[in-house]
Write a protein that binds this ligand. Structure first.
Ligand code: BT5
Length: 273
């Protein structure tokens, strides 16, 4: 796999070093270890399977054979509270690639999911390691894509809400070719970001997302709020306009898309106006 990817990669730094595993616990954890030992930016860790694939908040990410489970080491000059920009950038690139290569109806669901026809096909997990003065040493971008996966290999409780590229296309894809296209595009967008182009990326993110403008329900610990998702704040938070006209920020959470575009959010939220 590694050789085929390297042959197809025309990048400056992305994927110049690739570590491939047949089976590992989590590519994000391996990438963190490598980065702390000095691995260069652009280094990639891929595994055919993960025994302890991780989602956000300690959740499990199921990673059977046939998927694309990989992590990228980056060393951007950004502040810790700007890391959401890398998650947004990654989501844009995954959606663009799914649309361009396979004409799939892919969309971004705030904050870190990629859906095809409303079902989750990919999740992004961005993690940072900072030094004692709070500056970023490196960022690990973990990307999990259900590529050539038979949905029957997932537990029944998840089958109605997730999908795979194979299941959408009714055929297997060339994973190496897909990954090469994705990595080339990721490098281009990363260079755009480091060149001060986040506003352009955010515009594209807004075009490709399925949450903005929708009516949502936000469940926080002590209350539920209902309103319309109206915008993204400068720190990546989702802004919800309530019926009384006030606007609440949703800092982190899960957006559950409901039929008829009704959306439920489970999240931390706070009133801002
Ligand atoms: C995510 O978390 O969506 C981030 C997933 C990142 C996985 C990659 S794989 C490579 C790298 N190495 C790692 O260890 N992780 C990264 P979150 O938003 O918390 O979503 C987790 C939830 O998605 C779970 O609680 C399940 O409901 C669901 N889920 C689990 N496995 C899935 C899968 N393969 N496809 C779609 N949904 C899944």
């Amino acid at each position: 796999m590694t050789e085929k990817i390297k042959q197809g990669l025309k990048t400056q730094f992305m994927g110049k070093k690739i570590f491939f595993f047949k089976d590992t616990h989590s590519t994000n954890d391996i990438a963190k270890e490598l980065a702390s030992k000095g691995a260069e930016a652009g280094t990639i860790v891929i595994s055919e399977k993960q025994s302890n694939g991780r989602g956000r908040l300690g959740r499990r990410w199921l990673s059977p054979e046939g998927g694309l489970w990989f992590s990228i080491i980056l060393k951007p000059r950004i502040k810790p509270n700007e890391v959401f920009k890398l998650t947004f950038l990654t989501a844009v690139v995954v959606v663009r690639t799914l649309r361009k290569k396979f004409k799939l109806n892919a969309q971004i669901k705030w904050p870190n999911d990629i859906l095809i026809n409303g079902k989750k096909v990919c999740g992004v997990l961005s993690e940072i390691i900072t030094n004692l003065s709070g500056r970023i040493n490196f960022v690990i971008i973990g990307i999990g894509i259900n590529a050539n996966i038979d949905l029957n290999s997932f537990p029944e409780r998840l089958r109605f809400s997730i999908t795979s590229i194979r299941s959408e296309l009714k055929k297997e894809i060339d994973r190496e070719d897909f990954l090469c296209t994705l990595l080339i595009e990721l490098e281009n967008y990363y260079l755009l970001l480091t060149d001060g182009g986040f506003d352009l990326i955010l515009e594209e993110w807004k075009d490709l997302n399925c949450v903005l403008d929708a009516y949502v329900e936000v469940e926080s610990l002590d209350r539920t709020i209902k309103g319309q998702a109206v915008d993204i704040a400068k720190d990546g938070a989702l802004l919800i306009k309530l019926e009384n006209g006030s606007v609440n920020r949703v800092i982190s959470g899960d957006v559950i898309l409901k039929r008829f575009y009704k959306i439920r959010l489970k999240a931390e939220s706070e009133k801002i106006s």
